[in-house]
Design a protein around this ligand. Structure first.
Ligand code: FAD
Length: 458
């Protein structure tokens, strides 16, 4: 190792109060593996991993990377399915220890560190009788969730969660600390609101606008045989537009919560965030009026629930320790066009643990000052899920084939469930994507941050 490189290493180690793990050194491999929630870990090896204890560690790491020609990749909650923060020529900044949450109940705002996960936000806010549309998986990192748009609980009504970012604290490519809101350093806030994995700064803290919690969360669920997936999703495309935006409406093909049931089934559920139980019952009426009476494997109507119970259900559906691969499209397709293809995906699922999502996200929206731009009313996603590495190839082929079959119906992808390095299909509209590139060139001229995976020139 050259003397300059050695001196650089010593300077970084002296500056950082958290942990520094060099490739090949003790603790490195564990830190690398722990940084990815998915049990499928990319075979990519950062030059160094810095687990930051605070904002100053972040700046020290960015300075080191800039001075030594390394790209900076960032990991907050580590839930991105593809672990794209792992790459060979980089300094990986692990922000999982930036876990502060400060709530101002009067102003209805919270300052939340980038290492915080959804459940922690929900619990901190519940103490103040406040609410934020956190992600469905309780341990999903808030940072990546917000950057990807943020399709959380009651987002149909409150908007993608990124609309509720009031400001961000960032460390720039030059290692400067900036507070960014709609009046100052506005480019960074614009990018944080849904600009996804192509940020041109490290966001260390999000300042969030908060909401009053719903008076009642009530859910109705119906379970049908797997071979009804096309029929059920077809019915959904008629019902979805009739529902108020406080009703979250999804169909999934996945193992049902029926003790002893073997295999996958078609589950459709409607969850309403209402002012009262009585109002919830009224809002769920179109969902309860199905044409499938008598064909249900299970039917639960008007079940009062809460955020913890719903979080546990998501953990049952997407357990940690499994090997995941997924892909998705936003779509405006008609029922005739897409529902036979959903049935086809259900018929060819390589194992019953895999999943299909068909989600109603409602009418088109007008974004605030935001990079966010790709949403369409319907969201279709497929997940290859299993414990056995021998199933990976079959899952990869099924996910690729299912998405290829609907590619002509795509209105873009959602960052959250995408492998942008493998298939880059408009996670932002073209003008917003071009603006992200223009801002990256302005705020990160040396290319300290890698930009979007899979896009040349970014
Ligand atoms: C079980 C499960 C459930 C999920 N449920 C939902 C859901 O309900 N709704 C939804 O929208 N998504 C959901 N997702 C997807 C999830 O939002 C994304 O995977 C998101 O990226 C996770 O955020 P993270 O901080 O954990 O990710 P990370 O893997 O830490 O980050 C993802 C990428 O974002 C960028 N990034 C992260 N933090 C920063 C930062 N501080 N500064 C700059 N760039 C940064 C980096 O490019 C990084 O590679 C779910 C994922 C899983 C695994």
């Amino acid at each position: 190792m050259s003397e300059t490189l050695q001196a650089g290493r010593a300077t970084l180690e002296a500056a950082v109060r958290g942990e520094v793990h060099w490739h090949g050194g003790p603790g490195y491999e564990q830190a690398r593996l722990d940084s990815v929630w998915n049990a499928r870990k990319p075979a990519a090896y950062p030059a160094v991993i810095v687990i930051a204890a605070d904002d100053r560690d972040v700046a020290a790491a960015v300075d080191h990377a800039r001075e030594h020609g390394l790209k900076v990749t960032v990991r907050s909650g580590g839930h991105s399915w593809y672990g794209i923060h792992l790459r060979g020529d980089c300094l990986l900044l692990d922000l999982s220890r930036l876990r502060g949450i400060t709530v101002d109940p009067q102003a209805r705002t919270a300052a939340v560190g980038s290492g915080v996960v959804g459940l922690e936000v929900y619990e901190a806010l519940a103490e103040h009788d406040l609410f934020f549309p956190v992600g469905h998986g309780p341990d999903v990192g808030l940072a990546g969730f917000l950057l990807g748009g943020g399709y959380g609980w009651n987002s149909g009504h409150l908007g993608p969660a990124c609309f509720s970012i009031a400001a961000v604290d960032v460390v720039t490519a030059a290692g400067e600390f900036l507070y960014c809101d709609e009046t100052q350093n506005t480019d960074f806030l614009w990018a944080a609101r849904g600009g996804g994995h192509g940020q041109f700064a490290v966001i260390t803290r999000f300042h969030l606008r908060l909401y009053r919690p719903p008076g009642a969360i009530v859910r109705s669920v119906q379970v049908y045989p797997k071979d009804m997936a096309g029929e059920v999703t077809r019915w959904m495309t008629e019902v979805g537009p009739k529902l108020e935006d406080r009703v979250e409406f999804i169909a999934m093909v996945t193992p049902p919560p029926i003790p002893g049931f073997e295999g996958a089934a078609t589950i459709t559920s409607a969850t309403v965030f209402a002012d009262s139980f009585e109002e919830a019952v009224a809002l769920l009426a179109p969902f309860e009026d199905t044409p499938f009476a008598g064909r249900e494997l299970l039917r639960v109507s008007y079940d009062r629930t809460d955020m913890h119970s719903m979080g546990r259900e998501v953990e049952r559906e997407t357990p940690k320790g499994r090997r995941y691969i997924c892909d998705n499209i936003w779509t405006r397709a008609s029922a005739e066009e897409i529902t036979p293809l959903i049935q086809q995906a259900a018929d060819t699922m390589p194992n019953p643990e895999c999943q299909i999502f068909w989600y109603w996200w409602g009418a088109d929206r007008t974004a605030p000052h935001a990079a966010w731009s790709a949403q369409a009313p319907w969201y279709y996603a497929v997940y290859g899920i299993g414990a056995d590495p021998a199933l990976d190839a079959a899952h990869d082929a099924w996910v690729a084939g299912s998405i290829a079959a609907v590619a002509h119906l795509s209105a873009g992808t959602q960052f959250a469930d995408s492998n942008l390095a493998g298939r880059f299909d408009g996670p932002l509209r073209a003008p917003q994507l071009a603006e992200m590139d223009r801002l990256r060139a302005r705020h990160d001229p040396a290319g300290v941050f890698p930009g979007y995976p899979g896009v040349s020139g970014s």
